[in-house]
Design a protein around this ligand. Structure first.
Ligand code: ADP
Length: 347
């Protein structure tokens, strides 16, 4: 099912929750709505679900306008953060419930329920009540209940937030596998950029109700279209430098020039903000360096060391191999991976 969103807008009194949103989602895609708390992710999802009415704009499924339809007529399945299972019903009855609402006959309903129980590998849980399930199991039941209607669109609102870190990673992999197996068009809401990057075909980055960028995880990470997206993406924060544009390159505060390729020569602004991901700052000899600094501290992260230093008040980070033997208090010399430098209009 292809989804088109056109000029979608919603205000709550003075708060603009969603501001003139336009996106297309292709059939079978998994698109994540990503952004900080309050940026408008859930409001957008709820408008697609028909749980909130938009002020302006329209939503199309396969060229058919659906924003005037009731939720139950939109052919969607929904999974909420708190799972929203009926506590007094067994797992099987929870899953049968939507089919009863659709007046599907008992035999067919039971067959479908068994299929989704098997799909989610929770056959043995049918007789239990939600209170007798772990968080991860409740989550599977919620997904099974959303899928049993065979919806054309699956909407998931922060479905992993209540799981512990390890289970969250395992479950997101399973959701992705299941989504690809069913080829079901899916919208997944999260504030976790790692989760978004790992699970999505495309990510919609939102801030203040506005689209910041819409693209695949690699584009969003490597070619962020603005400073907000650059800072929001990445498990380790991006390094930010203030620079001045000159004919020879970008002049940093300590009079070092960072040369740049052709791709930046169309910049007409004087001041520029330069962004470099931690993996693109490289230890080098003094003569080649653009930065010299004293190491503040070194943290072990997986197989790498994360080295932290300050220039003035600003904190910077890069990765070093333990064999580089960098210690706090050392003076280090760094250069930029020129291909990976990002330039932004200063704020
Ligand atoms: P997110 O899902 O990204 O955390 P929301 O879509 O829930 O953000 O909210 C977007 C903005 O709209 C926030 O400023 C939030 O406070 C506001 N908002 C959401 N729902 C309501 C509501 N029912 N009444 C008033 N304000 C709301």
């Amino acid at each position: 099912m292809q989804i088109k969103i056109r000029s979608l807008a919603k205000k709550f009194k003075d708060v603009v929750a969603v501001d003139n949103l336009n996106i297309d989602i292709e059939d079978g895609e998994l698109v994540t709505f990503l952004g900080p708390s309050g940026c408008g992710k859930s409001t957008t999802l709820f408008m697609i679900a028909g749980l909130i009415n938009q002020d302006e704009g329209s939503i199309f499924f396969e060229n058919q306008r659906i924003d005037n339809l009731k939720t139950e007529d939109r052919n969607i399945g929904m999974v909420f953060q708190n799972y929203a299972l009926y506590p007094h019903l067994t797992v099987l009855k929870n899953i049968l419930f939507p089919l009863e609402m659709m007046k599907i006959n008992k035999k067919e309903a039971l067959k479908r329920a068994e299929e989704v129980l098997e799909l989610l590998q929770i056959q043995e849980l049918g007789k239990r009540k939600p209170s007798q399930l772990s968080g991860g199991q409740q989550q599977r039941v919620a997904i099974a209940r959303a899928l049993v209607k065979k919806p054309k669109v699956l909407l998931m609102d922060e479905p992993l937030s209540n799981l512990d870190a390890k289970l969250r990673i395992e479950t997101r992999e399973e959701i992705r596998k299941l989504q690809q197996h069913l080829s079901i068009t899916t919208i997944f809401v999260t504030h976790d950029q790692d989760e978004a990057a790992s699970i999505s075909d495309r990510i919609l980055v939102l801030d203040n109700g506005k689209l910041q960028q819409y693209g695949n995880p690699r584009e969003i990470y490597e070619e962020p279209s603005n400073l907000f997206t650059a800072k929001f993406m990445g498990s380790t924060p991006i390094n930010i430098f203030d620079g001045t544009y000159t004919n020879d390159g970008i002049l940093l505060k300590d009079n070092k020039i960072v040369s740049y390729g052709e791709k930046f020569s169309d910049l007409e602004i004087n001041k520029v903000t330069l962004g470099v991901r931690p993996e693109n700052l490289i230890v080098c000899k003094k003569e080649e360096s653009s930065i010299s600094a004293k190491v503040k501290h070194v943290d072990m992260i997986g197989k790498d060391n994360l080295v932290v230093f300050y220039i003035g008040e600003e904190k910077y980070r890069f990765f070093a191999s333990p064999s580089d033997d960098i210690k706090s208090g050392d003076t280090i010399f760094l250069k930029f991976d020129k291909e990976k430098i990002m330039l932004f209009h200063p704020n």
